[in-house]
Design a binder for this molecule. Sequence first.
Ligand code: NAD
Length: 329
Amino acid sequence: MRILFYDAKNYDKESFTGALQGFPGIEIEYIKSDLDPRTAALAEGFDAVCAFVSSDVSAKTLTILHQHKVGAVLMRCAGFNNVDLEKAKELNIRIMCVPGYSPEAVAEHAMALALACNRRLYKAYNKVRENDFSLSGLMGFNFYQKTAGIIGTGKIGAAMCRICYGFGMKVIAYDVYENPALKDIVTYKSLDEVLATSDLISLHCPLLDSTRHMINIDSIRKMKDGVILVNTSRGGLVKTDDLVEGIRLKKFAGVGLDVYEEETNNVFEDRSEEILETSVTARLLSFPNVMITSHQGFFTREALEAIACTTLQNALDFEAGVPSKNDVR
Ligand code: NAD
């Protein structure tokens, strides 16, 4: 079977080429362009396409893929909020994803952001490089015996709960479903209680209509002053304008973001002055207590290997026409 691999980076080629050895019969062609209505027709002659969180898998794109007889979109990521699932169903295009390839990779990055914000590591790094060894502006607080509030306790949230517990934190959480595996280390509370009593709030729920902008000026006002907010889930969970307002109100000791609302516009890949001037994410970067990374939570060797193997197994299941737990319904 032949797969057209969109938005291929060198690290993708490395991990997929390595994994392909275990999947004879699959052929991959890599292209730099991302999947969208302008590039979908390039999939002519391919059985499936491989796409990512940044891809535009809208109704328009799916219609073009369907015209070119592409039968599956293999998402090499856990999230699929960028896919028009109804249209895919109507066109009988199979959508498969890679849920939970390495929850620890993302959770460890969430804690890295929390620590970097708390202990001002970015500032410390720059100061020392400029031969300034003073400690001014670097004071943080102990995580030990403080309260971590985890919103969403699925695979990644659960890993984050375990990490926070390991730091000696009191771990409280909000989820629409309680995770029984966490019963010994987590106390579930209402969302408002988590917002009001946590010293560190970390977001790990998916982006849905019900969760979009769950962090807005009302929820920010409910938080403790001096809280650290970390988002490694999806940018749309946070209303960026309101976050800016919250930062101006001095609500946060630090904000660590691995995801941001404007991500799909590739705002930082196209760094034109005009875009940066109007970008609310760029405005966020002007605050000294905000640290943004570029959606790198998943980016570990182990996670990339797992993503490649699962995506290729999904391709085989699609080819064989067998149902898979990785089908997105
Ligand atoms: P998961 O499906 O295992 O867990 C999601 C949890 O959120 C579930 O327990 C679910 O019940 C809960 N949830 C759903 N609606 C909720 C609501 N309204 N309020 C609170 N909780 C709610 O998913 P996961 O594998 O843990 O991934 C979580 C998110 O992390 C993904 O949706 C994705 O957006 C993001 N992610 C980010 C990266 C990265 O590199 N930064 C990588 C992978 C995944």
